[in-house]
Design a protein. Structure first.
Length: 264
């Protein structure tokens, strides 16, 4: 059973990820316009009619911007935690009652031959989650918008074939940058975002021979850049005798266009 993975957008300005098998295709988040998501799907030779479900991580606009229009246009069920639904429903517009689906952290939701398991993450949102996606023995994990690393996050990432991991900011760039103090404190706080260093250290902890692909995502436009994020994480892994390209393939999830599509 093959499992495809491709980010359509990943960054502080919008997030959307495609995951699919031959029989089932889902999106995680819809934080860019419906038009942009359809364009990204077209590059994958898909349309919105091919998508079976949309899962939301949390209610911030960079994760839900296109969710309402996609649901209405393609009669698409939208899955989110109860508190996320309460926080985002007013921003989505009218959603058919049958397409409003509630999920719970640590409870598996089956969509045809794909199983989706949400897990709790620390972020300044109502009831945010990351996702494990399974089909057969294959596992994909999405872990972004993380203020700090928890045991749940470590356990959820372990054993993944493909991982999308937040590498949001370089701490020095953030501290010296133009953001107001309160925003810097929010990003650096326990419910903020994961830095490049924290991403590298987490990867070094959980890396096993099973992991084939790592994508660094949700990069800040002002407080990071792709080269710096990649280099920082790669150096941390090398110190742990983990060679990028040999032990695992690592790439960047693009902010405004489709990333590399991989299949496991």
């Amino acid at each position: 059973m093959r499992l495809e993975f491709c980010t359509i957008a990943s960054g502080s300005s919008g997030n959307c990820t495609y995951i699919g098998t031959d029989y089932t295709k889902i999106l995680i988040d819809a934080g860019i316009s419906g038009k942009k998501i359809e364009e990204g799907l077209a590059e994958l030779k898909l349309t919105g009619n091919d998508i079976d479900a949309l899962f939301i991580t949390h209610e911030h606009v960079d994760h839900i911007k296109g969710a309402g229009i996609l649901s209405r246009r393609f009669d698409l069920p939208v899955f989110a935690t109860a508190e996320t639904w309460a926080a985002m429903e007013g921003s989505l517009g009218k959603i058919a009652p049958s397409n409003k689906r509630i999920i719970y952290a640590d409870e598996v939701c089956a969509i045809n031959d794909i199983c989706v398991k949400p897990f709790a993450i620390p972020h300044d949102a109502a009831e945010p989650v990351g996702y494990n996606i399974f089909t057969g023995e294959k596992k994909v994990t999405l872990a972004t918008d993380i203020g700090h690393v928890t045991d749940t996050i470590r356990e959820s990432i372990e054993g993944s074939d493909v991982l999308l991991l937040e590498s949001n900011h370089d701490i020095d760039m953030l501290r010296k940058g133009s953001y107001p103090w309160h925003l810097k404190q929010r990003i650096l706080g326990e419910n903020g975002h994961l830095s490049n260093v924290a991403a590298g250290e987490l990867l070094a902890e959980v890396m096993t021979g099973k992991m084939k692909y790592v994508f660094l995502g949700h990069l800040s436009d002002e407080n990071n850049n792709p080269h710096l994020a990649y280099e920082t994480v790669e150096q941390i892994l090398r110190k742990k005798q983990i060679e990028v390209g040999t032990h695992v393939k690592m790439d960047m999830a693009s902010r405004f266009r489709n990333g590399v599509k991989v299949e496991v």
